[in-house]
Design a protein around this ligand. Structure first.
Ligand SMILES: *Cc1c(COP(=O)(O)O)cnc(C)c1O
Length: 366
């Protein structure tokens, strides 16, 4: 039982709208991989996967444990694990997950396990570094990989893939095009030298928006599913999926000169009314939003956060708002409100969403 009254409502209709928005930009044959890492960008990967399982071709998670959780929830869709970690490779096999193999250490470790487990044609994804310098084989590794692949029937490369560095940045167009060219050269080498053709995937959300020609066989959509494009225009065409709500725990009347919260950070300059809301920095609401940098909505009116954000609570100024204890409070329910929080806290929507804490109950509804 979770009696924390602050809840994140995940809007299933918005998810479907966003998915369809990207589908109509793509060729009909192009497969869709929904990225549900980091609890589905701060929401709930299990509920999202359960809801989308018949609407997408693949899921991706960052870590093996996230993939196991989906399998334990009876999700049967193929799952790519982007950063599997060598000690978890047996679990990858046991739970029928597909590993990203990105260098010779993990490649040979997985190959050895595939032999030990007498697997045949186990699907793997090989990642190539085309400029991000994060994870991935180098172009010059290709001949050695091909030699190793020709000697085994235990694994089969389902996909080759790579990741763009700056797909959202128009100023980096020539760099991005070089990455795409490099990826094409790599796949050409594989096609020349292997007797089967692995499929390909490269684009994330902004990649689909800016470089749809490089959609290859599949695209990996994360933030776009959750309502954010790479500019205001694209974002406006998407729907918000994350609605964070709470209720008023207590209302105080504050006399002129009284202070509110830790360190007396707010002093009332007239008789005022404050509402205490059960959400704080432990829930992912940054302390940077204190002292009127952030606000919530009560009765459709902006109530600025006064004083410091506490671990479990905030106090907001409701002097001008007609409201009562127990009443609903919107922390955010639009992309604009999420972007405002991201701007004030000097980050991006990705971090604002993934920062929503595990303590908050999540419910997906349509
Ligand atoms: C997180 C991630 C994605 C999703 O990116 P978005 O910008 O959220 O669409 C795609 N590919 C890889 C390799 C990732 O790590």
């Amino acid at each position: 039982m979770n009696n924390h009254v602050t809840i994140l409502e995940i809007n299933g209709n918005a998810l479907v709208h966003n998915l369809n928005y990207f589908k109509q930009k793509l060729n009909q044959k192009t497969k869709i991989l929904a990225v549900v890492k980091a609890s589905g960008y701060g929401s709930d990967a299990l509920q999202i996967a359960e809801f989308l399982k018949d609407k997408v071709d693949y899921f991706a998670v960052a870590y093996t444990s996230e993939g196991i959780a989906l399998r334990e929830a009876n999700i049967k869709t193929p799952i790519l694990v982007l950063h599997p970690q060598i000690p978890n490779l047996q679990a990858i096999i046991d739970f029928d997950l597909e590993p990203n193999l990105y260098n010779f250490s993990i490649f040979t470790a997985f190959l050895k396990l595939a032999e030990d487990n007498s697997l045949s044609n186990y699907p793997v994804h090989l990642k190539f570094n085309t400029g991000l310098n994060r994870l991935g084989f180098h172009f010059k590794d290709v001949p050695k990989i091909i030699t190793l692949l020709k000697e085994t029937t235990h694994i089969k490369v389902a996909y080759l893939f790579s990741h763009l560095v700056a797909s959202e940045d128009k100023n980096e167009q020539s760099f991005t095009k070089n990455q795409i060219n490099r990826f094409n050269e790599i796949s050409t080498e594989f096609y020349k030298n292997l007797d089967y053709k692995p499929m390909l995937h490269m684009l994330n959300t902004s990649g689909v928006i800016n470089y749809p020609k490089a959609q290859f066989n599949m695209v990996r959509i994360g933030i776009g599913l959750y309502g954010f494009g790479n500019n205001k225009k694209e974002t406006a065409l998407l729907k918000n999926t994350h609605n964070l709500k709470s209720i008023i725990s207590q209302i105080h009347t504050i006399e002129k000169g009284e202070t509110v919260g830790y360190n007396r950070a707010f002093t009332a300059n007239k008789q005022s009314k404050t509402a205490t809301i059960p959400i704080g920095h432990a829930d992912g609401l940054s302390r940077k939003l204190g002292n009127k940098k952030g606000f919530v909505l009560i009765n459709n009116k902006k109530a600025p956060i006064v004083g410091n954000v506490c671990m479990d609570m905030i106090m907001v100024d409701v002097t001008e708002i007609d409201c009562t204890e127990g009443q609903e409070v919107i922390i955010f329910n639009t992309q604009e409100m999420i972007q405002h929080i991201a701007d004030v806290t000097e980050t991006i929507s990705y971090e604002t969403l993934t920062g929503i804490s595990h303590r908050i109950t999540k419910t997906l509804s349509v």
